[in-house]
Design a binder for this molecule. Structure first.
Ligand code: HEC
Ligand code: HEC
Length: 493
């Protein structure tokens, strides 16, 4: 029976791909299309829904869809509705082939491993084509709001430099403007009311004051970007235009407002499964589909039995093969306990180490599964020895490796001490603090089926690899059925 279902699934995938070739799935800047209020795009798991809650969007002249800088790029290049307002690595490879590497998405500045490499070669864009990673150049040391350098607790050395960018005289740490290049996935520019909710004056994890919105002075959620470096969607949009789009002038307030308006009304979620059928159905789980994201209140903590993270899945506990698997996956996510161990900003904040809890302990915000408080945690993806790169030094890491040496008077990283090897120091590149090395702000867990690979460093090619990482990292001892249930659940979000 299983095999039959799988075959049926494959047949549907093929027909879905066939249909896809007749539909615009890649929006180019300036293509002047009108986006409908509701649209649907096939992916290998089923169909992703995209909802423009304020009605159809005319992209003509719209600053999200128009190149505002010098490299012909717009926001939409890296935040495509088809791919959950992010982009998948597979779609980038298609794009490379279709345009012979000329699409502006491959611009030398951050669409290649390093701008100094020969740009017509596929290998110069390998991190983007294989893992969907863009170069994120960050100043070192980090700067305060007034532009002066922040005091930092550690030094950074480059131990491996496969892209050449961190040791480059022009772009690296020794250049005239010392820069650290890390490589990260685009985070979905959708469902953002949830990402922005939950700002508290003091950050629970650090006991320090939260960043504030520069216009209102109110504390912000600190859940934007891999390292929470942007306070608001406005500051983020300005940085993106000056950075990714390489603009020489700051966008106008009107342009910024239109970008933020658009981003704030677009919702993405998986809406149908390839053989399980529609996901958002009357009487079904109330958290699935885009309308639920539009209608639900933001800022609600979901780590409780009665009103859990993605809603109750009881309606799907039955005989249907796929639906009951998703419901079991939801149960596992909420209730399957395991020992969370040596995780900075979870085990180190007085909860105990190890701590017997669940996925939802960290992924606790309703509807998106981010952390409701400022969400940076060192779950182990970027720091040696738990990182997702090959473990032995002889094997080559595709990512740069940095050696962090913390000063004697700084609080050390709670589990790794004062010398840490990492592929991305994460939050520490902004805070300058040793305890933050390797802490990554959780992404929202929506539209996952449309935007592989996963984790900020694109190291998990599939949801199975995500689940395998947790199984290994926390010695969960998941059975094959439990893994499949978790994967089906994550794929339905
Ligand atoms: C070249 C690709 C690229 C372009 C162009 C681009 N982005 Fe992004 N975007 C990214 C990457 C990569 C990240 C994650 C960076 C990080 O976490 O350090 C990101 C993150 C974001 C986020 C954060 C979402 C979250 O949950 O943290 C928002 C919002 C966003 N971009 C909006 C925009 C807007 C608006 C524009 C146009 C002004 C834009 N982006 C242009 C690649 C791009
Ligand atoms: C100790 C806190 C913690 C626990 C427990 C935890 N996560 Fe995560 N999760 C994170 C952090 C932090 C990230 C971001 C890591 C990165 O990108 O490198 C993340 C990222 C993810 C992502 C990637 C999302 C994306 O867009 O790339 C998925 C999927 C995920 N977690 C699922 C799970 C599941 C399923 C479980 C339970 C088996 C779980 N998590 C348990 C902290 C946690």
């Amino acid at each position: 029976m299983r095999r039959l279902l799988i075959l049926f699934g494959i047949a549907l995938t093929l027909s879905a791909q066939y249909q896809n070739s007749f539909k615009i799935t890649w929006i180019e800047p300036g293509s002047n299309v009108i986006l409908p209020e509701f649209d649907a795009f096939d992916n290998s798991n089923g169909t992703l829904g995209v909802l423009n809650a304020s009605g159809p969007v005319n992209t003509e002249g719209h600053p999200f869809f128009t190149a505002l800088g010098s490299n012909k790029r717009a926001c939409v290049n890296c935040h495509q509705p088809t791919y959950g307002m992010s982009v998948s690595a597979a779609s980038l490879l298609d794009r490379w082939r279709a345009t012979d590497g000329k699409d502006p998405v491959f611009a030398a500045f951050d669409g290649s491993n390093c701008p100094s490499l020969p740009q017509d070669k596929e290998s110069s864009h390998s991190l983007l084509l294989k893992r969907g990673l863009y170069r994120i150049p960050l100043p070192w040391p980090p700067r305060k709001a007034d532009g002066s350098p922040k005091k930092v607790e550690f030094t950074i050395e480059v131990v491996r430099d496969p892209t050449g960018c961190n040791t480059s005289r022009e772009y690296g740490l020794q250049s005239a403007q010392p820069t650290v290049s890390v490589y990260r996935r685009p985070r979905p520019a959708a469902n953002l009311k949830y990402v922005l909710s939950g700002g508290q004056p003091i950050v629970l994890k650090t006991g320090l004051l939260a960043d504030v919105d520069p216009e209102t002075g109110k504390p912000v959620s600190m859940n934007l970007m891999t390292d929470a470096r942007e306070a608001t969607l406005k500051t983020q949009a300005i940085s993106a235009v000056l950075g990714h789009e390489q603009a020489r002038v700051v966008p106008t307030p009107q342009q910024i407002d239109r970008i933020v308006q658009y981003e704030s009304q677009v919702y993405v979620a998986q809406m149908a499964h390839i053989f399980g059928g529609p996901l958002a159905v009357p009487g079904g789980p109330a958290g699935l589909g885009v309308a639920a994201l539009r209608d639900h209140p933001a800022g609600v903590l979901g780590d409780n039995e009665s009103d859990p993270v993605f809603g109750l899945f009881t309606a799907w506990k039955g005989n249907d093969y796929y639906r009951s698997s998703v419901a079991r996956g939801a149960d596992l996510f909420m209730n399957r306990q395991f020992w969370i161990r040596d995780t900075a900003h979870i085990n180190s904040i007085g909860l105990g180490n190890p701590l017997k809890r669940t996925c939802a302990t960290c992924h606790n915000a309703q509807m998106t599964g981010q952390d409701l408080s400022a969400g940076w945690v060192d779950v182990g993806t970027t720091n040696f020895p738990t990182w997702t790169e090959p473990n032995t030094w002889a094997e080559s890491s595709e990512l740069p490796v940095f050696k962090i040496t913390c000063s004697r008077d700084a609080d050390p990283h709670p589990y790794l001490g004062r010398i840490i090897y990492t592929t991305d120091p994460g939050r520490a590149l902004i805070s300058g603090r040793c305890v933050d090395v390797g802490s990554i702000v959780m992404q929202q867990l929506r539209g996952l089926s449309g935007r592989a690979p996963y984790f900020a460093n694109g190291s998990a090619k599939t949801l199975r690899e995500v689940v395998d990482f947790y199984d290994r990292r926390f010695d969960m001892k998941l059975s094959d059925e439990e893994k499949e249930d978790l994967i089906n659940f994550l794929g339905a979000l």
